[in-house]
Design a protein around this ligand. Sequence first.
Ligand code: IVH
Length: 702
Amino acid sequence: MDEDKVYFYQIINFYIMKKLSREEAKKRIEWLRKEIWRHNYLYYVLNKPEISDAEYDKLMQELRELEEMYPEFITPDSPTQRVGAPPAKEFKSVRHVRPMLSLDTAHSEEEIIAFDNRIKKELNCSEVEYVAEPKLDGLSVELIYENGKYVRGSTRGDGINGEDVTENIRTIKAVPLVLRDDEIPVPRLLAVRGEVIMHIDDFEKLNKELIERGEEPLANPRNAAAGSLRRLDPRETASRPLDIFFYEIMLVEGYEVDEQWEALQTLKKWGLKVNPHNRKVKNIEEVIKYHEEMEKKREELSYEIDGIVIKVNKFEYQERLGEKSRSPRWAIAYKFPPREEETQILDIVVQVGRTGILTPVALLRPVDVKGVTVSRATLHNEDYIKQKDIRIGDWVKVARAGDVIPEVIEVIKERRTGKEKIFKMPSRCPVCGSKVVKEGAYYRCTAGLSCPAQLKRAIVHFASKNAMDIEGLGGQTVDMLVEKGLIKRISDIYRLKKADLQRLPRFAEKSARNLIEAIEKSKERNLARVIYALGIPNVGEHTAKLLAEKFGSIDRLMNASMEELISIKEIGPETAESIVNFFKEKRNREEIEELKKLGVKMEYVEEGKKKLKGKKFVFTGSLKSMTRGEAKAIVEEMGGEVLNTVSRNIDYVVVGENPGSKYEKAKKLGVKIINEREFLRLIGMEKEDGEIIPLDKFMKGL
Ligand code: IVH
């Protein structure tokens, strides 16, 4: 669909919705749900989307609006209801329908051949057919569907009992809340097992955000997936990019399946995502080939796998083979060799992050770990070092976890010579010498932006692509500017002169001019970017956007109370507190004033049609060109809000004929007052040349 068409449908929808009868609305809601389910299936399971994200969002939006008008038609399986449950105090324990077994593991060809021989002997046949699947490195969950409806989800726990994470799993977009029945009927009961994973790039992005917010990064995608799923507040799970693959029917009633391969195809028909690399293989030679192929493919996959799983295909054979105490005899994991090497810790240095947190980092004798040279590894914090008893000079095993941050797995104690040195966290900041305080497991330099390390990082963050996007103001330049004393605080960026830059090494006339121009251009960024750029702890890009939309200006945000902040749907108490504390600091407020004086724009400008987004209106007196109801509809359609009482929070008081006491109050409080004409201009009903668009035509265009 092209843009025009989408727009056309949007207008039609707007009108349809306003005029739909209750019955018609119900029908439309049902149609929308089905349509959204179908697109989910096309996107997640078949990987063949038919519409763009924007078109999909429109369907969701329409459904949301209709459900808002007719809340009685909301059902728990509606695609709008993924996030709705309140935070839990703790997870309930639930018993799995059948024990969730684990797998024996093989690490070599010999072991896998021995496994095959045992099976052939037991079954008394010369060749056995297997299903080979990637062994996904995530966390195993059980989902229950009753008559096609998602009713429960749990973690593996001890295999017998798991934690009830129904609401958290519901937030994973790849989980259908209703099974499809267009190809085959849905079963009465289905217990299905799958693996919740986080894609590597999402993991890296999440870690970057955590670091930027001054929080501790997660060790690997598996931990990130597990940690994200097990948040007590499902809204937090919803904000984490989780995915899932299903691989095992644990129990099915009302549908017959005889083979693992068939089970996988059946899951797919029900709309449950299965891994595209699964393969049916004729014998163990093909398993070995598959293992080799997948080990190569591993490097290209967007998620982590740590081996393959092979399963005897026929269920009849599986039953004959049976189970041991905790693992089946008909399946085995064939792991890949670890991406791990041995090397020596030459030194341990301490890095100072943007929020002052000191992180110990091991400098390693460079070593090639499956194609990647590793020369540093994070040691997280003091406790980590103590737990693993890591010393300078130690020989250690390092691994690439999830292709990402190299990690010290363990110390090879046998190689100790006695010359190794115990590391101690410094009591003063290694960069600025200020006092260091201990906060939980972390040490923090107390100097704030007077610490050059923190200042440098704050500036780099401020200028980064997703923040103020100042091209040319990267790490090395910032280091130089801070070291030469040209930047002592953030606002100094806007005091830089071309001549200052030209005196620096590596700066010619042209590069100096370019940087000054880039700095100049950055003054026009929208409010969300400015908020994000300030580097308020816990405020990532998404939160910054919410704040910009909600408050509309930096001044209003600066004066926001805890209550106001918490009332925003996706902002929790911790973030709210960070924001309030940040703006309490005199230094920060001063810095914002400086930025403003230097010409940095701090107002929210909404692009597109919703130009009144977040704006609050009060009307008093009668309007000539429209009724109050029409005015309200217009403001709301343009993203604004109409309230009844005047307070300092109101953006505009629109004064018509014979205004009431609200007018007086607005004058007293100094709230912006506009007349009808100005209102028409604001909404665009009066054009620049003074022509007024007739009301019905104008409303149609909304
Ligand atoms: S089948 C009885 N298939 O590996 C069947 N497990 O060590 C048991 N896993 O806890 C599981 N990918 O979390 C199976 N394609 C796959 C898998 C898989 C990953 C995990 C699962 C399990 C662990 C077993």
